[in-house]
Design a binder for this molecule. Structure first.
Ligand SMILES: *Cc1c(COP(=O)(O)O)cnc(C)c1O
Length: 457
């Protein structure tokens, strides 16, 4: 351990470092192996400081044990925490997109804390299919012939392209060669899938004739991708999914639409419903489970049985398969839609709240004296977000906060590091908490936190 070139005084100090097992023995309520690892890490840090001259003395055993405890406690407080979303973005990817209905979480808890009939048919005791728990609900809610659920919509797109278009051409408009976010770039997904991208039209205008002219012996798929996070305005033209579906029928080429989001009950007038998509005549459509349904992260593929059969047997379908938690959470979320309880789903409730309701909640949160914080309700604009459509906005109400001593950035930081973090956005030098994305049971927590910060408690 000790290097002979070190001066002897340093050797003398290093020899005072306790043995790992002596320090580890002082730590209780911790697994033995973890205790030794933490003690070793702590002692190596001290040794480093002594050798670099940053420290001159070996801390007492008591002090070292306290340092170990601090390291251990960092691991105890969950890193992933509940936060309050005052950003006004309903499907905020950074905040985990959709809050899940408590009954859906409860279903998953029951399924996950014990065994579950994930792939067993209880009537026949034969080997079943995990998708079978979701299929009837998805078919009834969407009107589609068949469905397959994978890990997320990015996986869905890759699976569709790899299964139906590997080594063949996928025809896509230049206006839809998009990057969705988080590195999901359509041309790269195509390359990974083995599909050959055949671009048609121009950035701003693509016509049905562009697709027609590109069709040839190598065509595997006619594709359309929802632009999701940007708009084309001005001199623009695009081909609708209905037009593309008709062209597919005439030519016998399957048509795939990466819709990103589409709801059961319209969240926003700009969004299609699952029913609209099924009625469009398109062969395959994929969407995000969280963006579209306010459910768990998932990629939902809807469409023709003949094509979905092919997708199911591709090796990537196995690689992208969902776990029992997702099956259960999604099944219950879909069941709530089927039971006509859509308005209970948190993102649906948020989208439908009236400005009057938001104003009343704001008045209840802010009644009384908040000391150094001045609060005023102001009109605001909330966004559906999650790459739905940039124009998908809702008139909303926000609490505008100003602190007597802190600037907006400091106040933002203070709230983001509160016991239950509250996230807002700064607009015109004030911190805004948009109430549309706050779950009503969180109102009391916001009030309490603002009282604590404002009155310096
Ligand atoms: C969001 C989105 C995706 C990616 O979906 P994830 O579920 O996040 O993987 C792909 N395509 C479109 C059009 C999207 O809007």
């Amino acid at each position: 351990m000790q290097e002979p070139s070190k001066p002897s005084s340093q050797h003398a100090v290093l020899r005072k470092l306790p043995a790992i097992h002596r320090l580890a023995a002082l730590l209780d309520n911790v697994d033995g192996t973890v205790a030794c690892r933490v003690a070793r890490d702590c002692l190596s840090a001290v040794r480093r400081d002594l050798l670099s001259g940053e420290a001159a003395e070996v801390p007492s055993l008591h002090e070292l044990a306290w340092q170990c405890r601090t390291l251990l406690d960092q691991g105890l407080k969950p890193s992933l925490q509940r936060v309050i979303n005052g950003t006004g973005i309903l499907l905020h990817t950074g905040l985990g997109r959709a809050p899940i209905h408590p009954e859906a979480v409860e279903s998953a808890r029951r399924a996950m804390t014990g065994y579950a009939n994930l792939e067993i048919d209880l009537k026949t005791m034969a080997r079943g299919e995990r998708q079978s728990h979701l299929l009837p609900l998805l078919r009834r809610l969407s009107g589609s012939e068949d469905a397959l659920v994978v890990n997320n919509n990015a996986a869905a797109a890759l699976l569709v392209l790899a299964t139906l278009c590997s080594g063949r051409e996928a025809i896509l408009s230049r206006g839809e060669l998009v990057e969705i976010g988080g590195g999901f770039r359509i041309p790269e997904v195509m390359r990974q899938s083995g599909a050959i991208l055949r671009e048609v039209g121009t950035t701003n205008r693509t016509h049905l004739s562009d697709y027609k002219e590109a069709i040839g012996g190598k065509t595997g798929l006619l594709c359309k991708v929802h632009r999701s996070n940007f708009d084309l305005v001005g001199h623009v033209a695009e081909v609708s999914i209905e037009q593309l579906a008709r062209l597919g029928k005439r030519t016998g080429i399957p048509v795939y639409f990466d819709a990103g989001s589409a709801s059961v009950t319209r969240l926003h007038s700009l969004e299609p419903t699952l029913e609209d998509l099924a009625n469009s005549g398109i062969d395959l459509v994929s969407l995000s489970g969280d963006k579209s349904l306010g459910g768990p992260q998932a990629g939902i593929i809807l469409g023709r049985r003949k094509l979905l059969e092919q997708l199911r047997t591709h090796p990537l379908a196995r690689a992208f398969r969902i776990g029992k938690g997702t099956v259960s959470t999604l099944e219950k979320t879909l069941a709530l839609y089927q039971a006509g309880r859509a308005e209970e789903i948190p993102v649906v409730a948020m989208a439908r709240a009236t400005e009057e309701e938001l104003r009343e909640r704001g008045a209840r949160i802010t009644a009384g004296d908040f000391g150094e914080i001045r609060i005023r309700p102001v009109p605001s604009v909330a966004h559906l977000g999650g790459g739905s459509a940039p124009q998908a906005t809702f008139p909303s109400v926000a609490l505008a906060l100003e602190h007597a001593r802190f600037g907006p950035d400091a106040l933002k930081h203070r709230l983001a590091t509160a016991a239950t973090p509250i996230l807002g956005r700064i607009h015109e030098n004030r911190l805004l908490l948009d109430l549309r994305t706050v779950l009503p049971p969180e109102d009391a927590l916001i009030r309490q936190t603002l009282l604590t910060v404002g009155l310096g408690k």
